[in-house]
Design a protein around this ligand. Structure first.
Ligand code: SF4
Ligand code: SF4
Length: 392
C-alpha cells in the first residue's frame, strides 16, 4: 500500500512537470518512458532497433511541433477510410457536413489568424477528421501556411496521396502517419476500408521523393495505434520499417472517438455499432474513468480548450478537436467571430462538464497514471504480447 501511495505521489509530481510541457512533449515523454520500461522488463534486445536514431528523430519531431497556439483546419471534411474508433467510421449517419475547403476561403481564415495571433508561435495543422492528402491543392495550402510564418503540420493515413512530389516540395514542418498493422488482416480491422500495402508503398515513395529532392526537412512520425489484436509481430515490423526509412516511430493505446460516443461508453451506455471496437481497445472509456477518476483534482483544466481551435472545411467551429456532432459547434463561421468570443463559448459549453466528469478529456491526453499502465500491461500479457520475443 505504501509503495502504491509513493507511486501515486510520484505521478502527481510528474503531472505537475508535464503540465509545463508542450502537448507534443507531454505525449512523447510519457510514451518513451513506458516503452523503455517495457524494453527493460522484457529484456528486449534493444540493439535490434536503431534506438539512437529513433531518439534523434523523436526529438526532431517534437521540436518541429512545438508551438503555443494550435489550429486544426480540416481542409478535407471526410476521410478515405472509416476507422471504427473514429466518428468517420462510427458516426457516419450524423448530419456532419462533408466537403473540401477552397484555397480562397483558407487564405481568409489564415489572414484572420494572423491578425488575431493568439500565440507567439502558431501551428496550423491541416487535419482533424479529414484526410488532407485527398485535396488536389494541398501543396498550395501548405505554402499559404508557411508564407505567413506559421508552422505547418499534417496527419494522414497515407492510403492515397494525390500529389506526393507537391507535398514534399511544399515542405510541411511535420507529418504524422497513423497506422495500426503491418499486414492487411491486422490493419483492416481498425483502418476499415484501407489497404496497408498502399500505405507502405506511399511511405517508401515519401522517403524516395524526399531524398531525390534533397529535402529532409519534414519531420515524419509513424504513429502506431495499439489495440488488443496488433501488439505483436505487426508492431515489430512497423518499428523496423521506421528504422529503414528513417522515420520516427511512436505508439500509443488507441482511444475511442468522438467525445460524444466516449461519454456514452464511460456512462455504461455502449452504442451497438461500437461494441466490437470497444472490446478491441486495450483501455476503453469506462475502464479509463474507473481507473483515473481519483486524479480529477490534478486535471482541473482540459488541454483542448486554452490553446487549440478547430475549423471545419465549411468554416464552422466545433467545440474541440474531439467533438463531432453539429449540435456541439460553437460558431457557424470562424470569420465572423472573434478569438476572444470563441474562447468564451468554449468555457460556457455544458458538454465540457459532462466530458470531464467522465474523464474523457483526460483520456485524450494519453497521459496515463500508473493504474492505467498496470491494467494495460496485464491485459496485453494475457494475450501473450510483450513476451520479449523477436525484439518486441
Ligand atoms: S482515424 Fe484518421 S484515418 Fe481513421 S477514419 Fe478517422 S480521420 Fe480517417
Ligand atoms: S472538456 Fe471534453 S468536450 Fe470540452 S474541450 Fe475538453 S475534450 Fe472537448
Amino acid at each position: 500500500m505504501q509503495m502504491r501511495q509513493q507511486e501515486q505521489n510520484l505521478f502527481a509530481e510528474i503531472q505537475k512537470k508535464i503540465s509545463a510541457l508542450t502537448e507534443t512533449q507531454k505525449n512523447l515523454s510519457r510514451e518513451n518512458q513506458i516503452l523503455r520500461q517495457y524494453i527493460s522488463e522484457n529484456q528486449i534486445q534493444a540493439e535490434k532497433f536503431n534506438t539512437e536514431l529513433q531518439h534523434k528523430l523523436a526529438d526532431n519531431y517534437a521540436a518541429a511541433r512545438e508551438a503555443d497556439y494550435y489550429y486544426n483546419i480540416d481542409i478535407v471534411g471526410t476521410c478515405s477510410v472509416q476507422c471504427p474508433s473514429c466518428p468517420v467510421g462510427n458516426s457516419a449517419d450524423a448530419p456532419t457536413p462533408k466537403g473540401m475547403m477552397s484555397i480562397e476561403t483558407f487564405e481568409e481564415v489564415l489572414d484572420k489568424i494572423k491578425i488575431e495571433s493568439p500565440g507567439a508561435r502558431t501551428s496550423v495543422e491541416l487535419y482533424n477528421w479529414g484526410e488532407s492528402a485527398l485535396h488536389p491543392d494541398l501543396p498550395k495550402f501548405i505554402a499559404a501556411v508557411k508564407n505567413r510564418g506559421f508552422i505547418c503540420g499534417l496527419s494522414n493515413n497515407l492510403n492515397h496521396v494525390r500529389d506526393m512530389r507537391g507535398l514534399v516540395k511544399a515542405k510541411p514542418d511535420y507529418l504524422r502517419v497513423s497506422i495500426s498493422g503491418f499486414k492487411n488482416e491486422t490493419y483492416q480491422q481498425t483502418h476499415r476500408g484501407g489497404d496497408v500495402n498502399n500505405v507502405k508503398a506511399n511511405l517508401h515513395l515519401l522517403r524516395a521523393t524526399m531524398d531525390s529532392y534533397g529535402l529532409d526537412v519534414t519531420q515524419v512520425e509513424i504513429g502506431y495505434l495499439v489495440y488488443r489484436h496488433n501488439f505483436d509481430e505487426d508492431f515489430i515490423a512497423i518499428k523496423h520499417l521506421c528504422d529503414q526509412l528513417h522515420f520516427s516511430f511512436n505508439w500509443t493505446f488507441s482511444v475511442m472517438m468522438p467525445v460524444e460516443t466516449a461519454i456514452k461508453i464511460a456512462e455504461g451506455k455502449i452504442p451497438k455499432n461500437v461494441e466490437e471496437i470497444n472490446d478491441l481497445l486495450v483501455i476503453n472509456p469506462a475502464k479509463w474513468k474507473e481507473l483515473t477518476l481519483q486524479y480529477r483534482d490534478y486535471f482541473k483544466e482540459c488541454d483542448m480548450r486554452p490553446n487549440r481551435t478547430v475549423i471545419n472545411f465549411d468554416k464552422s467551429v466545433p467545440l474541440c478537436c474531439g467533438t463531432y456532432l453539429p449540435e456541439n459547434y460553437i460558431a457557424q463561421d470562424f470569420l465572423k467571430i472573434s478569438h476572444n468570443d470563441l474562447q468564451k463559448k468554449k468555457y460556457e459549453n455544458d458538454l465540457c462538464a459532462k466530458c470531464m466528469e467522465n474523464m474523457v478529456d483526460h483520456m485524450f491526453t494519453c497521459v496515463r497514471p500508473p493504474e492505467v499502465d498496470d491494467y494495460a500491461y496485464k491485459e496485453l500479457s494475457k494475450l501473450g504480447t510483450f513476451t520479449g520475443k523477436n525484439g518486441r
